[in-house]
Design a protein around this ligand. Structure first.
Ligand code: GPK
Length: 794
């Protein structure tokens, strides 16, 4: 493909301004300009997209179908421009038309169709599958409202409001009104010979919306197909004619509810009928689409596993097991056992958490009401598994509930964890019995991140330095970053590396000043914890250490302290009371500490609201220290941890999730380790007084907790944070207290390391150089080999 010149791109923008936006240049708003550029770039994506589709069709290749409730893709324009090699041309073209390129890019809303790690992983995987030429479709829901917008009230509490990304036209998508399936719910099941006939009593229409996903250098493109729900009969004309205008639109409103909002709870929300309907809605529509595509190429259903690899991203699409069995057995006449085995050969399941509250369970009564035929099939699948494995203990049905984890396991030919430690824990804990019956089934696939978005796009200065040093080619071969190591030994490179970080920090400091009105010292250490708020992620451990540090600086202000800017970012699920209390506390600690003149130059706490993908792209390149401080055994992998390391931040962390692998990669001497291991945490909890003992042993921790209890951060009201401090004193399941001293000590080692700035830079640069393995290209290659049996097409 010839690179498009700035002039040609300018003409294309003008054409879209006129014919797609209906504006001339003189009247074009920023929105018009962005939309015209988006459409011009989308045109450039279409050609490789068609080419890729034709190639996989002609080769009759096996395809991946990545089923996910969440795709946290963020903005798309900058990424697409970069992948097409059009960044400079677009910059020039837009400037020539009198607009600022950065402003145009910043006008795009984030597509926040996900909560956090699980959804962002799906987005990174889409990028890597396109880069590697792996024929694939992402399937999900076209939520009208993505993850809620977060703000903070005057008292520092989290406020939520609806997000509205679709209020403006979504320029990337192609609506496919002719690709639509009726998805039924409820109703009755009639026996008819060997199979059964399910007659749902209501149904909605799943309509396809396609977004092309272009890979690095435009060599391949796949499709993200999102389903929007609509009523089959949009409008009740009789009701309208009789004057019932609201009632007339009721069917439409009801149907649309299914794709209205993303559930904002990433690890707990359960038992909600609407959620089950969402899950079945997108899974069933995707399977119909998959079978229709298969039927166009092949009529022998026994060949299905040779053409179709379906990845279930967590248990949210777990109904794919029984639904595929239903489609094969009830609707296409395949023997039940053959249908189960065929479905299993197509399906694989990724587990993302061990938290018991996150493992989905549906009441049998609810399942029977919403999906009566599926409930019958689940019972048969469970019985068949019992019959084939008479010694089994784990069951799919238990205590009147359907356990979706067990169902996924039984219906998948491969089950994967997302980091080495997590996979071992999956084997030894949640799926221990099933693992003994099926020892080949559980495998590890450590998560990864796309270096296009998280280095090339987010950190142009570091990318330029890397290319200057080792040439290009690292973008899709990230292990090449190792070639930086000899350069890191030279003072010139270290200076250049330090300058990149300094300039990124100065940009961030300016943004914090403008956006939040807080002046931060750009020479201070930028210490960042950004992720969802969860007790297991322990933002409260961080804030307790901050309180203790503040006290000691006050007592000894002239000592040699490493100045720090402590940065937080993240949302709490609206119903997660304790996580919201932690947010509330952080905001009030920030208010008090930032007002203290004595400590002002040494300690600042910053918590910008509404953390999202775009904010992550801004914060990560400016970070010196990455906080990965979860209770060991609880964070399945983490992917933010990888982004920081790649961008030259040092990690302070526990031996949890992928931290373990990151530490091995970058070297233990370039990583600040603290805290108990997963085994030690379990042992620690055996002693019901573990928190009391930890508090008694640590004067600092005692003081920090007492300071909160004294009302220092709550305008003198000692009761405000009582639930939080009482939880620490009496329960502390996540062992914040037991790990506190170790965390404090590690932070002081961080201070010491910071004083030797040249060595800090060396360590940071080594983190970058040794993070190549963390590329999601590596992860996807491994899925292709070990799970999907698919060879790359380019
Ligand atoms: C795990 F179970 C879940 C979930 O519902 N949502 C979610 O974001 C995360 N996750 C894990 O918490 C992370 O450790 C992991 O890196 C990420 O999924 C991707 O695997």
């Amino acid at each position: 493909m010839l690179p498009m010149t700035a002039n040609a791109l300018r003409d294309a923008i003008l054409k879209h301004l006129e014919y797609s936006q209906g504006k001339d240049l003189a009247n074009a708003s920023l929105y018009d300009m962005r939309m015209a550029l988006t459409l011009a770039i989308r045109d450039k994506v279409v050609e490789p997209w068609f080419r890729a589709n034709r190639a996989s069709y002609q080769a009759q290749s096996k395809r991946v179908y990545y089923l996910s409730m969440e795709f946290l893709i963020g903005r798309l324009l900058e990424d697409a421009v970069m992948n097409l090699g059009l960044t400079e041309a677009a910059h020039e073209a837009v400037a020539g038309l009198g607009h600022n390129f950065r402003d145009v890019l910043d006008d795009e809303p984030d597509a926040a169709l996900g909560n956090g790690g699980l959804g962002r992983l799906a987005a990174c995987f889409l990028d890597s599958m396109s880069t590697l030429g792996c024929p694939a479709y992402g399937y999900g829901i076209r939520y009208e409202h993505g993850l809620f917008r977060q703000s903070f009230g005057p008292d520092g509490r989290q406020l939520e409001s609806a997000e509205d990304w679709l209020r403006q036209r979504h320029g990337w998508e192609f609506a496919r009104p002719d690709t639509a399936f009726q998805i039924g719910f409820g109703g009755i099941v009639a026996e008819s010979g060997r199979a059964a006939v399910w007659t749902p009593d209501n149904a909605v229409l799943a309509k396809a919306y396609d977004t092309p996903v272009i890979g690095w250098q435009g060599k391949w493109a796949n499709t993200l197909r999102l389903w929007g729900a609509e009523a089959i009969d949009a409008f009740d004309l009789d009701a309208f004619n009789s004057g019932d205008f609201t009632g007339a639109a009721a069917p439409e409103a009801l149907a649309r509810t299914i794709s209205r909002v993303l559930y904002p709870d990433d690890t707990t929300d359960q038992g909600k009928e609407l959620r089950l309907k969402q899950e079945f809605f997108f899974t069933a529509a995707s399977l119909r689409d998959i079978l229709r595509r298969f039927a166009r190429e092949c009529s022998d259903l026994s060949q299905l596993p040779n053409r179709v690899a379906i990845q279930m991203n967590d248990t949210h699409p777990a109904i794919a097991g029984p639904e595929l069995v239903r489609l094969l057995h009830d609707e296409r006449g395949m023997e039940f056992e053959t249908a189960v085995d065929t479905a299993r050969a197509c399906l694989a399941y990724t587990n993302h958490t061990l938290l018991p509250e996150a493992l989905e369970r549906w009441p049998e009564a609810l399942m029977t009401r919403v999906l009566p035929r599926h409930m019958q099939l689940i019972e048969r699948i469970d019985a068949l598994h019992a019959q084939r494995h008479p010694t089994r203990q784990a069951t799919i049905l238990e205590g009147g509930e359907v356990k979706m984890g067990e169902l996924s396991f039984v219906m998948a030919h491969k089950v994967n964890g997302v980091s080495a430690l997590h996979t071992e824990l999956v084997k030894s804990t949640v799926f221990n019995d099933l693992h003994r019956l099926h020892p080949e089934r559980i495998i590890n696939q450590t998560n990864g991140i796309t270096p296009r978005r998280w280095l090339k796009g987010a950190n142009p200065r570091l990318s330029a330095l890397i290319t200057d040093t080792i040439g290009s080619g690292w973008e899709d071969d990230l292990e090449r970053l190792r070639d930086l190591e000899p350069a890191i030994a030279t003072p010139e490179f270290r200076d250049a590396f330090a300058q990149v970080k300094a300039r990124n920090k100065s940009d961030l400091a300016q943004w914090i000043g403008q956006d939040m009105g807080i002046k931060v010292n750009p020479d201070a250490m930028f210490d960042v914890q950004i992720k969802r708020f969860h007790e297991y992620k322990r933002q409260h451990l961080n804030i307790l250490e901050i309180i203790a540090l503040w006290q000691e600086i006050r007592e000894n202000p002239t000592a040699n302290w490493a100045p720090r800017v402590k940065i937080f970012g993240g949302k709490a699920a609206p119903g997660y009371v304790m996580a919201k209390e932690i947010i509330h506390l952080i905001n009030n600690v920030a208010r008090v500490i930032n007002a203290d003149k004595l400590t002002r130059d040494l300690l600042t706490v910053v918590y910008p609201p509404n953390y999202n993908v775009t904010m992550a792209e801004r914060l990560i390149p400016a970070a010196d220290l990455s906080e990965q401080i979860s209770t060991a055994g609880k964070e399945a992998s983490g992917t933010g941890n990888m982004k920081f390391s790649l961008n030259g931040a040092l990690t302070i962390g526990t031996l949890d999730g992928a931290n373990v692998e990151i530490r091995e990669l970058v070297g233990a001497e370039n990583f600040f380790l603290f805290g108990m291991t997963a085994d030690e945490v379990v042992a620690c909890r055996q002693d019901p007084a573990h928190m009391a003992k930890a508090i008694a042993r640590s004067q600092r921790l005692t003081r920090a907790i007492e300071l909160i209890e004294s009302g220092t951060f709550s305008h003198g009201d000692p009761s405000t944070y009582r639930d939080l401090t009482q939880n620490l004193r009496t329960h502390d399941y996540f062992t914040v207290c037991a790990d506190f001293d170790s965390f404090w000590d590690a932070q002081r080692q961080v201070d010491q390391a910071w004083f030797d700035r040249d060595n800090w830079t060396r360590m940071a640069a080594l983190n970058t150089a040794r993070s190549g393995w963390l590329s999601s290209d590596r992860t996807i290659k491994s899925y292709m080999q070990d799970i999907w049996s698919i060879a790359p097409m380019i």
